[in-house]
Design a protein around this ligand. Structure first.
Ligand code: SF4
Length: 491
């Protein structure tokens, strides 16, 4: 039950949302009938049709919803392998072999919403909700930086204890918290949709990306999952959340869908329409797309009983098709997935992922407890340490990156896209990934990871010296400066 104070705050929020709904002139760009029409029009694609779409994919110009529907409806195992191979090729072309690493940090879990699939919904008494105090927040940040993290995604419930002033205060605290050489250099935010004015306040404190998942793009399912008398009950308030963020000057925005609430094929097209609409209005699509699957949560039967749960094979398709459809948008995979599956999925086009994660509020202070079900929103599938995960990435030939230089050098939004299309990765991202990885090896890695990681860097330098000898020399010079104690060097 909500307290009178919580009810009153929720009512105020609802008043803001209703006013917005009356005045918003943008047209809803998700047309359920149209999405089903597109999917059905390509229900049985011929082999040549799939091959034509894959050939176009290699031009790196993205796909229309109709073209994506051809890949979605492809069931031929041989052609599916070609889709996966194309996705791997795009990843290599656009992102190289970098994998950007971050950690989630849950700051508050009380929430006035009541989403049917969420362990934090306010009627779920089986999960204890809590909010970090300033001291606890600093402790969590020190633990994360002591492991080597530089990038966070901070998560808040929608609640009076975590209003916009609280968010700004906690983000400032995170940036201020130092731990020897450890520091957080980029704070991304996952929170409820805000007003333009509230987004401006967040921009002032220097956030990176603002992330809002639509959860499901299907209107009827959205209505069933999110009670109408809650802020999250407004489909349009959420659908245009990132348009408002863009209006406020936050030009790195991130979309996502919670796979398992409705038919995955519909949701993939929903994500593509969302990306198209952002690009149409602001000249730049989303910075990243996430595709979490429903995971078990305490006292939340829908998470295991939904008729739309997504299989591992379909998740592979989802990732590969998104990689083909939006080649310059980052794809985020999280520790929701099991280690062996993550390995496979990363190859299909993932550019960012987390490591050593805990998702209970205050969970890093109890790192040895892999799961704390009575304080978690859902259950993680991969609870390995960051170091163990990085060792595996190195063994698989990746360069782990903690880089935050792009955002701190203004390479965001449209600037990021224009750089990305002109070779951002070769010139900036991979050398910067190597510099941040070297910092990790010097300051945080276990002996085994350090040994393997140095080999990864040596191999990269050899190849880089053949491609861009002058840049490679500059990079070697910066690596030598790191060896003697300098930090935070970037191109
Ligand atoms: S999904 Fe988000 S908004 Fe919904 S109940 Fe959970 S924390 Fe609240």
């Amino acid at each position: 039950m909500l307290s009178p104070e919580e009810r009153s705050w929720r009512e105020q929020r609802m008043t803001v949302i209703r006013k917005y709904e009356e005045t918003e002139r943008r047209a809803d760009f998700i047309n359920d009938e149209e999405i089903w029409r597109v999917l059905e029009s390509k229900a049985h694609p011929a082999r040549t049709e799939v091959e034509e779409v894959l050939a176009k994919t290699r031009e790196l110009k993205g796909l229309t919803p109709e073209e994506a529907a051809v890949l979605i409806n492809c069931r031929d195992p041989e052609l599916l392998e070609e889709i996966f191979a194309t996705a791997r090729w795009i990843k290599e072309q656009v992102y190289g072999n970098r994998i950007v690493l971050f950690a989630p940090l849950y700051i508050s879990s009380p929430c006035v919403n009541n989403c049917a699939y969420c362990g934090f919904r306010h009627t779920n008494d089986a999960v204890t909700k809590r909010t970090l105090s300033t001291e606890e927040l600093e402790d969590e940040v020190r633990i994360l930086t002591s492991k080597g993290h530089k990038r966070l995604i901070v998560v808040y419930g929608e609640h009076p204890v975590s209003d916009i002033d609280f968010m700004c205060h906690t983000i400032e605290k995170i940036y201020q918290t130092r731990n020897g050489r450890g520091e957080i250099r980029r704070v991304n935010v996952n929170a409820a949709p805000l007003t333009v004015e509230e987004y401006r306040q967040l921009k002032e404190v220097g956030i990176g990306t603002f992330q809002v998942f639509q959860e499901t793009y299907h209107h009827e399912t959205y209505r069933k999952m999110h009670p109408a008398n809650t802020p999250k009950g407004s489909y349009r308030w959420r659908l245009f959340a990132l348009h408002r963020a863009q209006e406020a000057g936050i030009d790195d925005v991130a979309i996502g869908a919670l796979f398992g609430l409705y038919d995955w094929r519909f949701e993939v097209l929903g994500l593509i329409y969302h990306a198209m609409d952002l690009e149409r209005e602001f000249g730049v699509g989303p910075h990243t797309i996430s595709f979490p699957r429903l995971e078990p949560a305490l006292n939340t039967p829908l998470t295991t009983g939904s008729p739309y749960l997504v299989s591992d094979d379909d998740l592979k398709k989802i990732i590969a098709i998104l990689r083909c459809a939006v080649p310059y948008t980052g794809l985020i995979l999280t520790c929701r997935e099991r280690p062996e599956l993550r390995r496979e999925l990363i190859r299909l086009g993932v550019s960012q992922t987390d490591g050593g994660s805990r998702i209970a509020v205050g969970g890093y202070a109890e790192m040895e407890r892999e799961h704390i079900p009575d304080r978690e929103q859902f259950q993680l599938g991969d609870t390995r340490s960051l170091d163990a995960f990085i060792y595996e990435l190195c063994r698989d030939g990746y360069i782990p990156s903690f880089c935050t230089a792009g955002y701190r050098s203004g390479r965001t939004g449209c600037h990021f896209m224009s750089f990305a299309k002109k070779g951002l990765v070769k010139n900036f991202c991979t050398p910067n990934a190597v510099l941040t990885f070297k910092e990790y090896l010097l300051d945080y890695a276990s002996p085994a990871t350090r040994e393997l990681g140095e080999q990864v860097i040596d191999r990269y330098l050899e190849a880089f010296a053949r491609q861009m000898p002058r840049r490679a020399e500059a990079l070697k010079g910066m690596l030598a400066r790191l060896e003697v104690g300098e930090r935070d060097l970037y191109f």
